[in-house]
Design a protein around this ligand. Sequence first.
Ligand SMILES: C[C@H](O)[C@H](O)[C@@H](O)C(=O)CO
Ligand SMILES: [Mn+2]
Length: 417
Amino acid sequence: MTTKQRYESAREIYKNIGVDTDAVLETLKTVSVSMHCWQGDDVAGFEGDGQLSGGIQATGNYPGKARTPEELMADIDKTLSLVPGTHRINLHANYAIFAPGEQVDRDKLEPKHFAKWVEFAKERGLGLDFNPTFFSHPKADGLTLSSEDESIREFWINHGKACLRISEYFAKELGTSCLMNIWIPDGFKDIPADRLSPRARLKDSLDQILSIGYDKSLVDVAVESKVFGIGVEACTVGSHEFYMNYAAKNNILCLLDNGHYHPTEVVSDKISSMLLFSDKLALHVTRPVRWDSDHVVLFDDETKEIAKEIVRNNALDRVLIGLDFFDASINRVSAWVVGMRNMVKALLYGMLSPNEKLAKLQDERNFTELMMLQEELKLYPFGDVWNYYCELNQVPIREEWFEVVKAYEKDVLSTRK
Ligand SMILES: C[C@H](O)[C@H](O)[C@@H](O)C(=O)CO
Ligand SMILES: [Mn+2]
């Protein structure tokens, strides 16, 4: 049987439970996932020695890491050629591309330092998202936006302001709004004596960054909380409560990273609550293994649950989906492809569920039938619909994409010594 014939058979099966697969595939085409540039080089960036700080870690030493903008862009191209749909690229400020001999510090970054990325995105019809980089820098040894040292704090405030201008530039150039996400590593290894002052300084720093004024139709600013990081185990300044309140009061977005909560807390359960109080919500989808380890996103229960929540809340246009993982122990392009395909797959899975029927069963308190149907759905011919979607989008089906990655490793990645 051909992929199309399998799809046609699956279409009939889904039709019997009220799911229109053709309509689902049309909708799925419109959804973009923001692919993080930092999986390609273990969050090293282009500024210098690429030493990662801030309580995050990429472990492994698989050969073939991108070392230059050209290599990173080539790897992004290869990855996107294997993922169905049109997506976005999420950049960090430490991926600025300077003219020879021109490097400036982060507080002095300008749109022109990202012109090559804009050119890259334009040629491919991609949107760009952005992140100020408050780590991997000599001035990020202690605290950044919450620093007690006013000159350090000012440096980072200026970095935030510079990034806001760059985000506006991305949106204007590319005709699609840019998400600018703020994450800082600030915190304390051991029990602090004063939690209030650093948080008050962080609040003031954010106020100052936002005070420059920006076009809200072009830039969505988000703040990303975290429960702990390596070396800041006792207290993080940018906690969930801090940012949830800050975002609500200042009409900006919260970004929920599903590696940033207590191990039994799930982001899928938070989405509906956030959407009841905010127009938009941003996500970093990742896979925490025992800690915020940033493993590659799998087609696992929580990824599916996150996707189902987005679909069931009718919020495909309100939830800005980004990925955040960095695995240096395996082929980095393969890691990207697996994570991206899984996120899209999870969205498809959520859309192929008879969501209204399931909600009705819940309202009728018919939990017996609800459980039965949810379990049976797991073995519906989902794979046949996924393969057809890949074929429609001219990307390889099943594991065929891996042959392309293997050839790329042999011809390109393995030559990077
Ligand atoms: C590199 C990213 O900005 C970083 O991973 C951040 O989003 C985060 O999740 C830190 O734990
Ligand atoms: Mn994150």
